[in-house]
Design a protein around this ligand. Structure first.
Ligand SMILES: Nc1ncnc2c1ncn2[C@@H]1O[C@H](COP(=O)(O)OP(=O)(O)O)[C@@H](O)[C@H]1O
Ligand SMILES: [Mg+2]
Length: 169
């Protein structure tokens, strides 16, 4: 998680010097080992984190508040602080089993209700040509499913999104 969050952040910074966001890692140091295809799960994490940074950047760009300001708001005004939180923990599944939970939470604009069930479909994207392929989440879904896991989305419009991955062990 740590590696891919940094990779995503610096990749986006390299492409767009004005991109900025805070990120927080809350990683459980006592997670059990899970058997995964590391490169595939790495790709899933990268997809989720890229989407999260994109979402906060969109909000920063469109915000009427002083945008991209992750400082203290020295002028006394309200500022939007882009933030991506990445977390790992152990979770109990509805089925009763245990899983490692990896979640990526952003405070971007959220995912409108009417597109929420479409975001895992191949080629579904709301991004302009050249910025999105619409393959990130569908590929991620397939990879997680191949691991016997699940990928879920929680979002309240305007309030950001959380994508949660469960990998059973
Ligand atoms: N964190 C997020 N916040 C808001 N919308 C999101 C987020 N993650 C995914 N989406 C929505 O889901 C769509 C599909 O995502 P994805 O499969 O990764 O394709 P892409 O990023 O190429 O558009 C995005 O275009 C966007 O509309
Ligand atoms: Mg994507």
């Amino acid at each position: 998680m740590d590696e891919f969050v940094r990779l995503s952040f610096h990749g986006l910074r390299a492409k767009d010097k004005s991109f900025n966001s805070d990120f927080k890692l809350e990683l459980d140091p006592d997670l059990p080992k899970v058997n995964v295809v590391a490169s595939d799960i790495g790709r899933v994490i990268l997809n989720l984190v890229n989407n999260a940074f994109y979402a906060v950047d969109e909000k920063a760009k469109s915000s009427s508040l002083p945008s991209r300001n992750i400082g203290t708001g020295a002028e006394g005004g309200e500022v939007y602080r882009p933030l991506v939180k990445v977390k790992t923990t152990v979770a109990r599944l509805f089925s009763g089993g245990l899983a490692v939970e990896l979640s990526v939470k952003d405070n971007g604009n959220g995912i409108p209700e009417h597109i929420r069930e479409k975001i895992f479909q191949p080629l579904f994207t709301t991004k302009p040509t050249g910025q999105g392929t619409g393959l990130g989440l569908s590929l991620s879904y397939d990879i997680v499913k191949a691991h016997g896991g699940e990928l879920k989305v929680e979002s309240s419009e305007g309030d950001g999104s959380t994508i949660i991955m469960h990998l059973p062990f």
